[in-house]
Design a protein around this ligand. Structure first.
Ligand code: HEM
Length: 151
């Protein structure tokens, strides 16, 4: 994916040292800037959601060089997000809130390179999740160019 894996890992570690509760801060920023997404949440407690997001981010950071893992897991996660009511336009909102939370925690150590590395990574993650969302309920779409629409 051409991502700056080293910088992503280093900065994620630094952020977690300084702000172990980074996903709590993320939801605070997300809901204050984009209150329209708030009604989508509520299947799980806020604490549980924070924990699941933190684990998902750690797993993705760990697997940044494993393209087939990323494709499989992120496409499946994108499909699940359709059921949560998530639409394509919301991905940049989440990226914005997450990058702000990370930058805040990193403080003076946050550079334009960090901003770019995380923007690229979140774009790549969103692309895979959105691809998974598009194929959701349409397994024939996964078959590739030879597939015919049935309707
Ligand atoms: C960086 C991209 C994202 C990642 C890594 C991510 C990760 C997760 C994870 C790990 C869960 C827990 C359940 C599951 O595994 O399906 C979840 C649930 C959820 N996500 Fe995301 N997500 C992302 C983008 C988004 C976006 C753009 C939205 C739109 C606002 C969103 C809204 C939700 C909602 C509403 C739930 C269900 C929460 C509940 O328990 O009520 N996510 N997400």
């Amino acid at each position: 994916m051409g991502l700056n894996v080293r910088l992503l890992r280093e900065s994620f570690e630094l952020v977690l040292e300084r702000e172990p509760n980074i996903t709590h801060r993320f939801y605070g920023i997300l809901f204050s800037r984009y209150p329209q997404v708030k009604p989508l949440f509520g299947r799980n407690s806020q604490a549980q959601q924070e924990k699941m997001l933190a684990e998902a981010l750690a797993a993705v950071i760990d697997k940044l060089e494993d393209a087939s893992w990323l494709e499989e897991k992120l496409m499946a996660m994108g499909a699940k997000h359709v059921d949560y009511g998530v639409t394509d336009e919301m991905y940049p909102w989440v990226a914005d809130a997450l990058i702000s939370a990370l930058g805040e925690a990193a403080g003076a150590d946050w550079t334009p390179e960090h901003h770019k590395a995380w923007t690229d990574a979140l774009n790549a993650i969103a692309s895979l999740m959105i691809r998974g969302a598009k194929q959701y309920g349409r397994p024939e779409a996964a078959a590739g160019a030879g597939a015919q629409a049935s309707s």
